[in-house]
Design a protein around this ligand. Structure first.
Ligand code: NAD
Ligand code: PPY
Length: 361
């Protein structure tokens, strides 16, 4: 397989003929500390797609850590499954986790994983019996538990910051459209409902829509209508790639702030949104709450209160990025990228540095 060029440090690719799974680990940067980022397990069109996804997600983790001031680098694992996770038997899934752990051990702590789409704290518990290079075990297993609640808290802070930047008077009464009602999206919907938003929701899983509609009185729309339904705030919490140059040119909203990683198909989409006067909270800044939770609890020794306070500060970080973008007539994507690049060039994240064993110094 000929791999395209990449600005990252390492790509590890392994195939398991027994299960048919492909294992990809992208280590984008260890400039600020050991690389870190979750394990995504899903079906891909082929290994080329899996490699491209791992690399792009790993790059986003580098920017996320830098923008959040965390002393970690960026990496990501992708396991390209032979069939959807729900269709795999226990023995196959266990074998996949064992092989993934062996790959993590080969990297010797230069990359530490955690949960992402298709994996959860229970999987981190299994991995942690096989390798020390794991964040995000369940609380029952002595870990910090799911990162999703803090990701949702940070996304809501991003929504509030975006609403203020757009000159709107708070979230109350605004039409807030949440796409994806999984671990993060359902919690963001709850925050928005509590703040008095007119909630509109969608998910490809009708049961998730029904639960949120019952619980929060939300209006449910079809998954295909997410880019045509007028709203004040669009909150993408499903998968990436929702906004391309074409979809960004017509999406009918005022603010976009969500959890989905790699929401834009390319950075230039930020400029399309800027020209249309849409306030966009860059994904790697808005969704940093999960990373703040995992790194804060497991590397920096923060308690839950400190993690929550640092996560709410995502709103302040975004206010700075919005102001910079406004002052220089650049997109928020460019402004956030420049801020992360400054930290990377400096080599000193706001919250200190770590060695590969994860100890702060
Ligand atoms: P999840 O798998 O729990 O939820 C995703 C939800 O999106 C599911 O309910 C799924 O049915 C729905 N969905 C998928 N495709 C859809 C579509 N086309 N239209 C509508 N709904 C669709 O995942 P999560 O943990 O809630 O994460 C959501 C997103 O946020 C992901 O992109 C993830 O990478 C990102 N993220 C999550 C965290 C975290 O802490 N969990 C941290 C940072 C970023
Ligand atoms: C993400 O925030 O996108 C993740 O992948 C979660 C994560 C963050 C930090 C370490 C491990 C996993």
């Amino acid at each position: 397989m000929a791999l395209p060029e990449w600005d990252g440090e390492l790509t590890s690719v392994r195939h398991d003929p027994d299960t048919g799974a492909w294992f990809v680990i992208g280590v984008h940067s260890t400039r600020l500390g050991p690389a870190s980022g979750g394990t995504r397990a899903m079906v891909y069109d082929g290994v080329t797609d899996a490699v491209a996804d791992a690399r792009r997600l790993a790059g986003a983790m580098t920017s996320k850590m830098a923008a959040a001031g965390l002393p970690m680098g960026g990496g990501k694992s992708v396991i390209a499954l032979p069939a959807p996770r729900a269709e795999l038997d226990d023995a196959t899934w266990r074998r996949i986790l064992h092989l993934h752990a062996a790959n993590l051990n080969l990297l010797g702590g230069n990359y530490t994983t955690g949960p992402d789409v298709g994996t959860a704290a229970a999987d981190m518990d299994v991995l942690a019996t096989l390798t020390p290079h794991v964040f995000g075990r369940s609380t029952a297993a002595g870990g910090p538990g799911s990162s999703a609640p803090m990701t949702a808290l940070g996304v809501f802070a991003a929504i509030e910051a975006g609403v203020a930047e757009a000159g709107l008077d708070g979230v109350e009464g605004l039409r807030v459209l949440v796409q994806g009602l999984g671990a993060v999206g359902a919690d963001v919907a709850r925050f928005a409902a509590r703040a008095g938003a007119k909630l509109i929701v969608t998910d490809v899983d009708p049961a998730r829509c029904a639960a949120v509609a019952d619980d929060l009185g939300a209006e449910v729309i079809g998954a295909d209508d997410v880019l045509s339904r007028a709203c004040d705030v669009l909150v993408p919490c499903a998968t990436g790639g929702l906004l391309s140059p074409a979809t960004a040119a017509t999406v009918p909203c005022t603010v976009i702030a969500g959890a989905a990683n790699n929401l834009l198909t390319e950075d230039a989409v930020g400029e399309v949104l800027r020209r249309r006067g849409i306030t966009y909270a860059p994904d790697f800044v808005a969704n940093a709450g999960g990373a703040i939770h995992l790194v804060g609890r497991e590397v920096l020794g923060w308690d839950a209160g400190e993690v929550a306070a640092r996560t709410r500060a995502v709103g302040d970080t975004l206010a700075g990025i919005f102001a910079d973008a406004r002052a220089h007539d650049i997109s928020t994507v460019t402004a956030a990228g420049r801020a992360a690049a400054r930290t990377l060039a400096d080599g000193r994240p706001a919250l200190g540095t770590t060695d590969t064993a994860g100890a702060q110094r």
